[in-house]
Design a protein around this ligand. Structure first.
Ligand SMILES: [Zn+2]
Length: 173
């Protein structure tokens, strides 16, 4: 298990569409273990494989609070198969867009179909933070970021800020 580097805006890889996993193997499980290590270290509550530079349809989530027993959720090839009509607003952040938070409106409840850590097909009904998190992470697999739901003005401002920070970092400033 290892902590990997999380790629950040404006890395173009964040816009890639991730490929489905053909079969859940030990290699898949190794990636998920690294993803969890990386997410706990950050710390965060959800991570998509593409965020550590692996464009495969793999997501990990853990909503356990600090000090609570870990409750990792492993989602391979996750797919939203039902959404509620009711929406809810939630202040989202992203490990690839550090220290930026904004309100996003999404379906309040969803059902997700996925393969678990053992490759078994499952369905899970999600509400609350879990519903938001699942949708946010599946968006990553499609190259979509939460800032895409904001106004163009806001989004451009965020992208510009991160592009500038990257330039300064490269210049060694
Ligand atoms: Zn994210």
């Amino acid at each position: 298990m290892a902590i990997r580097e999380i790629i950040k805006l404006p890395d173009p890889m964040l816009r890639q569409v991730s490929k489905p996993v053909a079969e859940v193997t030990d290699e898949t499980r190794r990636i998920m273990d690294d993803m969890l290590d990386t997410m706990y270290d950050a710390p965060g509550i959800g991570l998509a494989a593409v965020q550590i530079g692996i464009p495969q349809r793999i997501v990990v989530i853990d909503l356990a609070k600090e000090g609570e027993e870990k409750q990792p959720i492993h989602l391979v090839n996750p797919e939203i198969v039902w959404v509620s009509d009711e929406q809810s607003d939630y202040e989202e952040g992203c490990l690839s867009i550090p220290e930026y938070f904004d309100m996003v409106s999404r379906p309040k409840e969803v059902t997700v179909r996925f393969l678990d850590r053992e490759g078994q097909s499952r369905e899970m009904r999600c509400s609350g933070v879990l519903a938001t998190c699942v949708q946010h992470e599946i968006d990553h697999l499609n190259g979509v970021l939460f800032i895409d739901y904001l106004s163009k003005l806001k989004r451009d401002r965020v992208v510009k800020k991160f592009a500038k920070a990257q330039k300064l970092a490269r210049a060694g400033v």
